[in-house]
Design a binder for this molecule. Structure first.
Ligand SMILES: C[S@@+](CC[C@H](N)C(=O)[O-])C[C@H]1O[C@@H](n2cnc3c(N)ncnc32)[C@H](O)[C@@H]1O
Length: 398
């Protein structure tokens, strides 16, 4: 039975005691939780239903434990096909059947909403998903002083070499490209970036002897998009269209609507709605992203969108009341100041795109306190095999 690899060096998990436990559930961060001596111990690479011999520290401050032996594996446990699974920092759930992984993620969201947001979910959570491998259009490779190419080990800056067949999460063209380059050039210590569009065209930064690409170009649902090579762009090729559809499904864009897109990046959400609604305003802190958003509006002949370069927290005060609002913040979420600012605009609905269930759950509480009710929630599994959870939620004015 494949289990957590014994050469994994995460010392924080090591301990001087051991005990037999059964894993009940997986919690935020991707850890299985077990009760030992009256306290909770978090154990990576476990599956609900696993019966395990775990080691842990008697030091009460150390919350982590480690699998010593799998006594009885969960029926949902599988053997990972990746030779560096548990060493490489990329994946957390490659030992769990994909159907169960989606259930686990739903469970984490429900628990965070209850524990952090203090709410019992008033609606069903839907899940959108696609193939769990080969979905990523972007990778940031690391290179160590010996020129070894790979990804950082969990909780360290040691480079775990990319397996011969590449990384299972990456679109095939990225693996093929990196394998070819590894045999051709020697990489200096540091790293490089590779992106691939839907047609398989490669864009890079940091490849010795090759001019860096300034931009990454992408086409989705007949929208032509450009971002700077270093800037944020959604990574999951298979779900990008479904994700945009779900945002529109909740927002119900209509001809007369004025929409505000907070944290708009290079404009993907704004531009996907602009063809339907009266007007869209995007707000974004990254100057290059704003420049690209304006370029993208022009390229797609959309003249009812404007993009403002400012912090969402300050830009919100100059926006008109009565719009529909979409927010897609970084992991830090919205926070009280921005939520008050949004509430002052009295939007009839807010569509909240989140990549962090903990900050989302905190913000749900505050949105409810500001007069909004949760009208729908969809988990869009943009990051299969990893602990990261993406969701789209609808809030309606009560
Ligand atoms: C999760 S990304 C979403 C981008 C865009 N919606 C997309 O899907 O491509 C979050 C964006 O928020 C921007 N950002 C971070 N902090 C911000 C702030 N305080 N005000 C406005 N934008 C911010 C980042 O530069 C980034 O483009």
């Amino acid at each position: 039975m494949d289990t957590a690899k014994s050469n994994f060096k995460w010392e924080g998990c090591r301990g001087d005691r051991s005990m037999m436990v059964e894993i009940d559930r997986i919690v935020h961060g991707g850890y299985g939780i077990a009760r030992v001596e009256g306290r909770s111990v978090l154990i990576p690479f476990t599956v609900p239903g696993d019966v395990l011999d775990v080691e842990y520290s008697k030091n009460q401050d150390s919350p982590f434990g480690w699998i010593r032996e799998i006594i009885r594996p969960s029926i949902h446990r599988r053997v990972s096909d990746c030779p560096v699974f548990t060493l490489c920092g990329g994946c957390d759930f490659d030992h769990i059947e994909y159907r169960k992984e989606r259930e686990v993620k739903k469970g984490i969201l429900v628990e965070d909403l209850a524990r952090i947001g203090g709410i019992d979910l008033p609606c069903k959570i839907e899940t959108l998903f696609a193939d769990e491998y080969g979905y990523r259009n972007h990778a940031q490779f690391k290179v160590d002083s010996r020129g070894e190419v790979g990804f950082f080990e969990k909780k360290s800056h040691t480079v775990i070499p990319l397996p011969e067949k590449g990384c299972l999460l990456l679109q095939e063209e990225i693996n093929e490209y990196v394998t070819r380059m590894r045999n051709k050039v020697s990489f200096p210590k540091g790293g490089f970036r590779v992106r691939v569009d839907i047609s398989g065209n490669i864009y890079t930064k940091g490849i010795p002897g090759k001019k860096d690409d300034e931009f990454f170009h992408y086409e989705i649902s007949s929208l032509k998009l450009r971002t700077n090579i270093d800037d944020f762009f959604q990574v999951n090729n298979f779900l990008l269209g479904k994700w945009l559809d779900r945002i529109a499904h909740y927002l119900r864009p209509a001809q007369g609507d004025v929409v505000i897109d907070l944290f708009c990046g290079s404009g993907i959400i704004s531009l996907s709605l602009a063809g339907i609604v009266h007007a869209v305003t995007g707000i974004e802190l990254n100057r290059n992203a704003v420049m690209n958003a304006r370029f993208n509006a022009n390229e797609n002949d959309l003249d009812n969108v404007r993009f403002i370069h400012t912090r969402a927290e300050t830009g919100i005060d100059d926006l008109p009341v009565g719009c529909k609002i979409v927010v897609d913040p970084p992991r830090a979420g919205l926070g009280p100041g921005l939520i008050s600012g949004i509430a002052r605009l009295h939007p009839e609905m807010i569509v909240y795109v989140s990549c962090d269930t903990a900050t989302f759950s905190r913000d749900v509480r505050m949105l409810i306190e500001n007069g909004y009710g949760l009208g729908g929630i969809t988990l869009v599994d943009m990051f299969p095999r990893t602990r990261h959870i993406e969701l789209v939620a609808l809030f309606l004015s009560r």
